[in-house]
Structure formats: C-alpha cells, structure tokens
Design a binder for this molecule. Sequence first.
Ligand SMILES: [Zn+2]
Length: 264
Amino acid sequence: MGMRVETLGQGEPRLAIVGAIHGDEPCGAQAIETLLDERPPLRRPVKCIIANEAALAQGERYVDVDMNRVFPGSPTAEAHERQLAARLLDELRGCLTLSLHSTRSDERPFAIVKELGPATTAICPYLSIERVVETGECVENALVHHTPVIEIECGRQGSEQASENAVQLIREFLAVTGARAQPPVEKRVTSIYGLQEPIPKERAASCEVLVENFEAVPVGTPFASLDDTAVTAEETFYPVLLSADGYEEQFGYAATLTGILGDH
Ligand SMILES: [Zn+2]
C-alpha cells in the first residue's frame, strides 16, 4: 500500500489537497473521498492525495516513523514514511497545498503555516478558522519547510465533526483559490500565533492539562500536572497543540500572539 493520487479537472494542477499524512487522523482522507465521489465542476485542476494508505488502514499515526518529522525523505530510504515523504514532495511540486490533520488538543479548526506569505495571507481569512499558527523554524523536518502548504487541524482526532469540518475547509479552499465557482464567503478575523518552542514533558504515569489552547497562561500558572505534581509556566505563553497525550516527550508548543489577519 502506498499513496493514492488522483487529479480532478483538466490540465496540470497548481493546487493540491492532502489527507492522512498521519494514519490515525482519518478526517482528511474521508473528506477527499467525499470530494472524489462528488466530482464537482472545477475551473482549475486539483490534485488529491491520500498520503499514507498503510498507516490509515492500520489506524496508526505511522508505520515506521512520523512522516511529518522526516521531510524531505528519500526514495531509497528503508523507512516507509521516508519514502512516502520524498514521493509526496515530488507530487506537490508547483502546487499550493491544503493538508488536513486532526488533533488531540482542540476541536476548533486552525491553520499551521511556516510563515504567512501573500498567498496564505489572502486565503486564510476565507477559511473556517479563527487562528493561524506560524511555525517558523520550530518544527523540524515538517512538510511546511519544504513546500507551500496550509496545514489545517480540522478538529478532534477521530471525531465526526473533524471530518465535516474537513469537507467544509476543502470547499472554502477551492472557492477562494478560484477552483470552484462559488459565492464569496464573509472574511473572518483571524489571530496569528508564532510558535516559540516545544514544551518538554517528563515521563509520568498520569498527565493532565489544566489550561485552554490559544489562551494566555500567565507566568507562574500551573498549566499541567504530572503524577499530581503541578507544572508551572516559567514565562507567560500561549499554548498551541497542548494535550496530555498528543506527543510522548512534549506537551505541545509555547507561542506568542503576534497579530491579526482580515480586520480591514
Ligand atoms: Zn497530523
């Protein structure tokens, strides 16, 4: 099992939609299946990719290694996801990409980009998201470092809502990029967060997160507990992708609130 790649519409695609970079986040693949079944009339061709079919079939994040930590990968690598990463970059060359994920941290969809550029600044306010996270150099070997992509966390991992959100976000992406003739949606005000650093997590039998993602955690505030011992903020930060069980060695990321999109 490898990678499913299908193009909708005529011509050389400059737009792509990717699901299942992580096999335990089925929302993107489900939404792509919906789109492929619908086959809507398109003004611009769109490449649709289900990235890791083997991991998706197993319901696991990956088979050998986390694909979103091994870009650019290599076609001759042994690890399944290193091969897939190289193939995916090949497929995405020349495309602006929407990549769909889901998370354990938050049910409200948000976008992740390396940094906002002209295209992403124009697109993000027309997606059903209230927040955009700029990774900068923070997440090593992630897809955002290697191709123009808007990654979306569509909602809670495995939830019906995440799949519905993914369908909606694909529709909005196709409308705002002119791939589908659709009435314009209202522009949203979107907050921009900048990732600063991972928040390391010690191994513990039990872990609990005590704060909300994207809401300021003042210095000195307990934001989590490990085996009933409080972990407190050493400086004020905004938590992003913070969860008790999303990652093994980190809680998530510390971010700053850096600006607003779409307010004029
Ligand atoms: Zn993911």
